[in-house]
Design a binder for this molecule. Structure first.
Ligand SMILES: Cc1cc2nc3c(=O)[nH]c(=O)nc-3n(C[C@H](O)[C@H](O)[C@H](O)COP(=O)(O)OP(=O)(O)OC[C@H]3O[C@@H](n4cnc5c(N)ncnc54)[C@H](O)[C@@H]3O)c2cc1C
Length: 383
């Protein structure tokens, strides 16, 4: 695999997403953040351009594109609003899980409407008592004829309350990863309710809340794959999710860097443009270099996932850790280069910093990314 440049098709896809972000996301991003508005209508417009089921098969309405294409799209969308791009990435991950692990009937039932975002999807793994240690989850699904009776609470669920379907990891068997299964739970099934919307540091353009299941009767026909496969399904969804969230960090950071370039080229101090101070030029050079390194490596990990490479999980963890750390640092440096104005909402940089901070925490914290990489390194008995 050598991939150091994009094809004409990839450039066209990226440019389409960049234009969408500039026209439909960037002009509203600050207002959505302030008013905590979830722009479902705008996401449906993105869906009409193929951005809601990007790497889902096209026989059921998906776009049939690659993980690398998806990374280009999420980075581009995040230049307009990282929070909206990140939500679309979660929806895409859930759609892919149904496409990849669902049977034909489930694919036909859900994917066409997920691709248009007539249905919006959430991913439910985390619980109040289990985040990083996801295999300890306690939401219980007990078989009762053709149904499961589901009881439990999912915590921090993006889209909760608005989403129509919840791809949910539940315990159908013994303790540990092998006792977990995946159910598609619908919002209007009796017994599904939601906690209060969380008040957050960033990601205000999308809702986050607990999803509560009380004696919810879920048809066995809504289970993806076999009983006991749920942890594997959840983790394989996250391989791609980590590429996507890393791409969102790169897009937000690129927008922050572009703002810093414009600002330092304009702002005067000590009789000259602050961009003429070599200390600031070196800072800008380092920001651009680190961003480009992270981007190049993220593409490598996305390509490994496309190729189903044996080390894809490790590369996705490495890329997520690197892209989200670099993205946050670059955005924070861009804020610093704006001086006091960077701290003001109107300049749009502090919003990017707030949005990007959570990328270091979710889809597996960056400590857990190190754990995955270290397990691969040390777990081989040191060769
Ligand atoms: C805004 C937001 C949206 C979210 N959206 C979703 C969603 O849609 N669906 C979903 O399922 N979840 C979602 N999450 C949950 C998110 O994935 C978890 O918060 C994350 O996995 C960490 O879990 P935790 O918060 O329970 O932290 P904990 O697991 O309690 O971790 C606390 C600290 O300990 C560290 N730690 C834990 N174990 C180890 C270890 N073995 N070695 C080293 N360090 C360790 C962690 O890295 C962290 O720093 C969201 C979270 C937020 C904040």
């Amino acid at each position: 695999m050598t991939q150091f440049s994009l094809t004409d098709d990839q450039i066209a896809v990226r440019d389409m997403a960049l234009a969408f972000a500039a026209d439909n996301l960037a002009p509203h991003a600050l207002e959505w953040d302030e008013k905590k508005h979830f722009p479902v209508d705008v996401m449906r417009e993105a869906a009409s351009l193929g951005m809601a089921a990007i790497y889902t098969r096209d026989d059921v309405g998906g776009s049939g594109m690659t993980r690398l294409d998806a990374a280009l799209i999420f980075e581009a969308l995040a230049t307009g609003c990282p929070a909206v791009s990140a939500y679309l990435s979660i929806h895409n991950m859930a759609a892919w899980m149904i496409d990849r692990y669902g049977n034909e009937e489930q694919r036909q039932r859900y994917i066409p409407r997920l691709a248009t975002m007539e249905l919006i999807a959430s991913y439910c793994l985390t619980e109040p008592g289990s985040g990083s240690d996801a295999a300890a989850l306690k939401t219980r699904a007990v078989r009762d004829g053709d149904h499961y009776i589901v009881n439990g609470v999912k915590q921090f669920i993006s889209g909760a309350g608005t989403s129509d379907i919840y791809v949910t990891m539940v315990r159908t068997g013994e303790e540990g990863a092998s006792g977990i299964s995946t159910l598609v739970i619908e919002k209007d099934m009796p017994g599904v309710s939601f906690g209060a919307q969380e008040k957050k540091m960033g990601w205000n353009a999308q809702p986050t809340a607990a999803v509560i299941f009380e004696d919810v009767r879920v048809p066995v026909a809504n289970r993806l794959s076999d009983e006991g496969q749920g942890f594997k399904i959840a983790m394989s969804g996250l391989d791609g999710g980590r590429i996507n969230i890393g791409a969102c960090s790169l897009g937000g950071a690129q927008a922050a860097l572009d703002k810093a370039l414009a600002y330092t080229g304009d702002r005067k101090a000590f009789g000259k443009r602050i961009a003429d101070f070599q200390a600031l030029q070196f800072k800008l050079a380092d920001m651009a270099t680190e961003l480009e390194c992270a981007r190049t490596f993220l593409w490598r990990a996305a390509s490994a996932l496309d190729a189903k490479a044996l080390d894809a999980t490790k590369l996705c963890a490495m890329a997520k850790r690197m892209a989200t750390d670099v993205g946050f640092q670059v955005a924070n440096d861009a804020l610093q280069l704006h001086g006091g104005y960077g701290y003001l909402a109107d300049y749009g940089v502090e919003k990017i910093v707030r949005d990007l901070r959570v990328h270091q925490i979710l889809e597996g914290t960056n400590e857990i990314m190190r754990l995955i990489v270290a397990r691969d390194l040390v777990g081989r008995g040191n060769r």
